[in-house]
Structures are given as structure tokens and as C-alpha cells.
Design a protein around this ligand. Structure first.
Ligand SMILES: O=C(O)C1=C[C@@H](OP(=O)(O)O)[C@@H](O)[C@H](O)C1
Ligand SMILES: C=C(OP(=O)(O)O)C(=O)O
Length: 413
């Protein structure tokens, strides 16, 4: 039964690149994700004068605790929100003039709570067009540190960016958070900061980040748990199929591995071992109501298999999926309707009511890799599903279609 090797985590790779660039010494990243987002992040560092050596299995970064090696740079962040939010924060601790721009898709996505917090900390940051959107310019002169209040109710990436910045400030940061989505991503950040020598304290809603910088290390990147969700879902909708993903088990840092708990509640057989996870399709797929605030990147995966459930599937508390690569709630709803499925949405929820078997149709992707990868799973059971832009999977998994075709051969024939 198939064992699927999933490429490295986007979230871990982006954080590791930031930490490695800021650390004192040379860091080696093992099994980094090679995709548009992470190559874009690495390219951004190169534009800023960091040395990033890339071989297929490992990336090596020469850290510069003092900040970018060049005094002026123009950085293009492509579609990557981690790049577009973390890199302007990294350079704030250096000295120079740094301009950042991004793709039209990323330009539409917000970052105002982060840029406000940076300004509150004394960073000279200018938005060129719309307030709180790219393009923007940072006139960096180092960051003293101190207290800052942050609303991370739209994106945890704002908090991650500030946490990562903390050790690069002169006196450290105390970040008080008024709201937070995607909380498990913050736990990833804290665990990785620890691996690079920094322990963040907690006092209620306040994160206390000490000054003193990062220590270089060798860091192994886990397989991407959000990417794994398509392969686990494939097993869950295929009676008798079993998919094992090595490298994601009990100790995994990524909250998105929790998607297998949703599949278990629906009737799949799930085994989470020390260093691998297996999902087996039992032929049963029950409807459910589930809160996905913590794991919202897997909302489209669940929406795309919901038509095969025996009862309604209601996904709640996912308002922030409206400000991702596209408005994912509406993208999922409109594509499911195209397949003839009954769907309703509200400000922060979607409900899929299974009825007659879905019909094949062309899926409108809105340039969103997760729309493609999710509806590819629907395509295991419904013939005739195609995509207007299948290539947008390059954001996190350029080889997705080949890997998924391989799996289909193994489990469907
Ligand atoms: O920090 C990260 O690496 C991420 C955090 C999440 O974003 P939000 O916090 O914006 O929900 C997630 O959706 C994104 O794919 C990656
Ligand atoms: C939301 C996503 O990406 P990001 O916010 O990192 O661009 C994602 O990968 O689903």
C-alpha cells in the first residue's frame, strides 16, 4: 500500500531561512521545500546580500546578525505571504533602504496590523500605494525594542514576524496579542526559535522575547502536513486504500497534521506513529461539524471530499480563509456548485450538503494551489474534473500532479 514522500514544509522552510539569515554562523537546512514560495524567499535573501548555497537536499545560509549585506535592495516576494511579511520585518533590524513588492495576488492580501506594529516600534515604513499592502519601503535603522500590541485575528504570520524579530532588537520585545488565528503556527515559530537558541517567555497574552540574537545550527525540515492532507483525504474517500506518510508522526511540529483527526471522526482509520502517519479508507465517511480555526489551510481539502459524506459537513470559524491566495470560502462554494453540489456559506463558515453524485466540470482555480490540490482529490471519485490553471501548484508543490497520478494508479487503478 502506498507510502508517499511529501516535500518539505513551506512554513518550516520560510522560518528556517529567516532564522539562518539572522543567526551567528553558517546554518544547514536539510530537506528544505523547493517550490515557488520558498525559492522566492531564498531569492529575496540573496537580493539582500545573504549567501544562500542551494543543493537538491540541503541549503546553506551564511548568517548576518548585523542585517543585510547591501544598503539598498528591491525584493520581489512573488505570491508568498511568509516572504512578503517576514522579509520586511527581518530587514527592519538592519541598516539601509529596502523596497518590497509582490504579485497582484499577494498585493491584495493584508499586512496592516504588522506594518502598524513595526511603526509603533519606531520603524520607518512607507506603503507606496494602498495602506497595509505591498509595495512598501523600509528605511531600516535597527530596532530598539519594547512593548507592542498586535491584533493577529486575521493572520498569525504578523505575530510570527514580530517574534522572529524580537532577538534582533537591542532590548527585546514584549508582544501583547489581542486576538489570534492559526495558533499552531505560532507554536512552530516558538519551537524553531528554541532550536536556534532563543527561549520566548509567556505572561498571559504577552510574549516576552529576549534580545541576544540566534545561534546557527543544522535543521531538518519536516514534510509539509498541509500537502499531506490531500494524500490522506485520497485514502479516506477510497474504500480499502491505505496511505502512509513517513516523517510526520507524534512529534511533528505542524498543527495541520490534526487534519487526520477530522478524517478519523468521519470514519477513516488513522494511525499516528512515532515518525509516520497512516490513513485507511473504510468505506464510511460521515458528515460532521468542525471548527477549523487552527487548521484552516485544510478547509478546502475537507470541502472537496464533503460531497462523498453521508451527511452535511459544516466547517466553522474560518473567516481568515477569505484573505488567502483567494477568497477560499467562495472559491470552494462556487466550484462545488459547478459540480452540482448544494452549498451554503456565511461570513466564517461553509456547509456542504451531499446529495446526488457530483458531476465533472472545469474548476476555476483563482491561482490558488490549494483549490487545485483539493479538487484533485474530488477527481478520484468524479470523472471529468479539470482545472483552468493546474500549474499554480508550483507555490508549494511543483510535482503535485505527477505524485498524485502515481497515487491514483496505486489506489484506484
Ligand atoms: O506562518 C505560516 O507559515 C502560515 C500561517 C497560516 O497563515 P495565517 O496565520 O495567515 O492563517 C497558514 O495559512 C499559512 O499557509 C502558513
Ligand atoms: C495561505 C497559504 O499561504 P501563505 O499565507 O503562506 O501565502 C497557504 O499555503 O495555504
Amino acid at each position: 500500500m502506498p507510502r508517499v514522500d511529501i516535500p518539505g514544509s513551506k512554513s518550516l522552510t520560510a522560518r528556517a531561512l529567516f532564522l539562518a539569515a539572522a543567526a551567528d554562523g553558517v546554518t544547514t537546512l536539510r530537506r528544505p521545500l523547493r517550490s515557488d514560495d520558498t525559492e522566492g524567499f531564498a531569492e529575496g535573501l540573496v537580493r539582500l546580500g545573504y549567501r544562500v548555497g542551494r543543493t537538491p537536499d540541503a541549503w546553506q545560509v551564511d548568517g548576518r546578525p548585523q542585517g543585510p549585506a547591501v544598503r539598498e535592495a528591491d525584493v520581489y516576494c512573488r505570491d508568498g505571504a511568509t516572504t512578503a511579511r517576514f522579509l520586511p520585518t527581518l530587514v527592519a533590524a538592519g541598516h539601509g533602504t529596502y523596497r518590497f513588492d509582490a504579485s497582484p495576488q499577494m498585493r491584495r492580501r493584508p499586512l496592516l496590523p504588522l506594518t502598524r506594529a513595526l511603526r509603533d516600534l519606531g520603524v520607518d515604513l512607507r506603503h507606496e500605494e494602498a495602506e497595509g499592502h505591498h509595495p512598501l519601503t523600509v528605511e531600516a535603522a535597527g530596532v530598539e525594542g519594547g512593548d507592542v500590541v498586535l491584533d493577529a485575528g486575521q493572520s498569525s504570520q504578523y505575530l510570527t514576524a514580530l517574534l522572529l524579530l524580537g532577538p534582533l532588537t537591542r532590548t527585546g520585545l514584549r508582544i501583547t496579542v489581542t486576538d489570534l488565528v492559526s495558533a499552531p503556527y505560532v507554536e512552530i515559530t516558538l519551537a524553531m526559535m528554541r532550536a536556534f537558541g532563543v527561549e520566548v517567555g509567556r505572561e498571559g497574552d504577552t510574549y516576552v522575547v529576549p534580545p541576544g540574537g540566534y545561534r546557527a545550527t543544522t535543521y531538518a525540515i519536516e514534510p509539509d502536513a498541509s500537502t499531506a492532507s490531500y494524500f490522506f483525504a485520497a485514502a479516506a474517500v477510497t474504500p480499502g486504500a491505505e496511505v502512509t506518510v513517513p516523517g510526520l508522526g507524534e512529534g511533528a511540529l505542524q498543527g495541520d497534521l490534526g487534519f487526520v483527526d477530522v478524517l478519523r471522526r468521519m470514519g477513516a482509520q488513522v494511525t499516528v506513529g512515532a515518525d509516520r502517519t497512516t490513513v485507511r479508507g473504510t468505506g464510511e465517511l460521515r458528515g460532521l461539524t468542525v471548527n477549523m480555526r487552527d487548521v484552516s489551510d485544510t478547509m478546502p481539502t475537507l470541502a472537496a471530499i464533503a460531497p462523498y459524506a453521508s451527511g452535511p459537513v459544516r466547517i466553522e470559524d474560518v473567516a481568515n480563509t477569505r484573505v488567502k491566495e483567494c477568497d477560499r470560502l467562495e472559491a470552494c462554494a462556487s466550484n462545488l456548485r459547478r459540480l452540482g453540489v448544494d452549498v451554503a456559506t456565511g461570513p466564517d463558515w461553509i456547509e456542504i450538503r451531499p446529495g446526488a453524485a457530483p458531476e465533472g466540470a472545469e474548476i476555476t482555480t483563482y491561482g490558488d494551489h490549494r483549490v487545485v490540490m483539493s479538487f484533485a482529490v474530488t477527481g478520484l471519485r468524479t470523472p471529468g474534473i479539470s482545472f483552468d490553471d493546474p500549474g499554480c501548484v508550483r507555490k508549494t508543490f511543483p510535482g503535485f500532479h505527477e505524485a498524485f497520478a502515481e497515487l491514483r494508479k496505486d489506489i484506484v487503478g
